[in-house]
Design a protein around this ligand. Structure first.
Ligand SMILES: [Zn+2]
Ligand SMILES: [Zn+2]
Length: 286
């Protein structure tokens, strides 16, 4: 991949966590996002020491950096159910342990959902949970808060709410924001035209500051702007479209931010095709 920008895709860890690096390398990726374990189970298996060594070795051999771990989908630190909240705090801290072990820079977290309760109460509860996590220990790995799609119950789809979470927590725990283009779009931050992008960037600047964005999840959207629908689409085939995505990732403030694709993987050619489109989007603007 002839491109200075760090581009990667969410990559499978099937067969062992280090194999993800080989898969990423074969696709020409220079950054990676993985799950630390099956994201639909609470059981987190420890990683064999030999795997940890191999992961670090291959990572430097293939020049893959940063490494992002996407936290389990089961985690809901905003939950009003005490048992679920406790389990979520424990699992999140275990994810951070694994991230530290393999030297991942960031763990990406959706701050959870309110499941019918008042949003502000849930937001405060998410902050309290993260405060608890911050007291367990100090990890080298930091958490990135991901903006969510705006579906009912979401507590982190508005930049203002994300800024409240970040402002309430220590810097040694929270490293910044992972901005998902599909989620932003369906949460009402249009990025399909230059004028809309200007407005969205202004909102980001106003609430979170642009320097807080450490990763772009580059996904097109099956749903319309403001629809709240969390359905990712192949680059250029969704409602945002090539022009909007191209303008967005090449915005002067985002030029050097790593990109991870979470586009559908239905057939083997899907990842290479989406990566090729992103490379064209970047090269056209240089
Ligand atoms: Zn996510
Ligand atoms: Zn995402």
């Amino acid at each position: 991949m002839k491109c200075k920008r760090r581009i990667g895709v969410h990559t499978s860890i099937a067969g062992g966590i280090s194999l993800s690096l080989q898969r990423a390398h074969e696709l020409g990726c220079k950054t990676i996002q993985i799950f630390s374990h099956n994201p639909r189970t609470w059981n987190l298996k420890q990683i064999e020491p030999v795997e940890v060594v191999r992961f670090k070795e291959w990572r430097s051999k293939f020049d893959i950096s940063p490494v992002f771990i996407h936290a389990s989908y089961l985690i809901n630190i905003a939950s009003g159910n005490q048992e679920l909240r406790d389990k979520s705090i424990t699992l999140l801290s275990l994810e951070l342990d694994i991230a530290d072990q393999i030297g991942a820079e960031y763990v990406i977290l959706h701050p959870g959902s309110s499941s019918g309760e008042d949003k502000d109460i849930s937001l405060k509860r998410a902050i309290a949970s993260l405060t608890e996590v911050s007291k367990i220990k100090r990890w080298k790995t930091k958490i990135l808060i991901e903006n969510t799609s705006g579906k009912s119950g979401d507590i982190s789809s508005s930049f203002n709410d994300i800024s409240k979470i970040i402002a309430s927590l220590p810097e040694y725990l929270i490293g910044g924001i992972c901005l998902d283009t599909c989620h932003a779009f369906t949460a009402g931050y249009d990025i399909s035209t230059e004028a809309a992008i200007k407005k969205t960037v202004y909102e980001l600047k106003k609430y979170t500051g642009l320097n807080m964005i450490k990763l772009i999840h580059l996904n097109d959207s099956k749903g319309n702007a403001g629809s709240g629908l969390d359905r990712h689409e192949h680059i250029g085939l969704g409602k945002i479209g090539i022009k909007g995505l191209e303008t967005f990732i090449n915005h002067p403030s985002f030029r050097y931010i790593p990109i991870i694709l979470e586009t559908p993987k239905k057939k083997p050619g899907d990842d290479p095709e989406n990566i090729a489109k992103v490379l064209n989007m970047i090269n056209r603007q240089q």
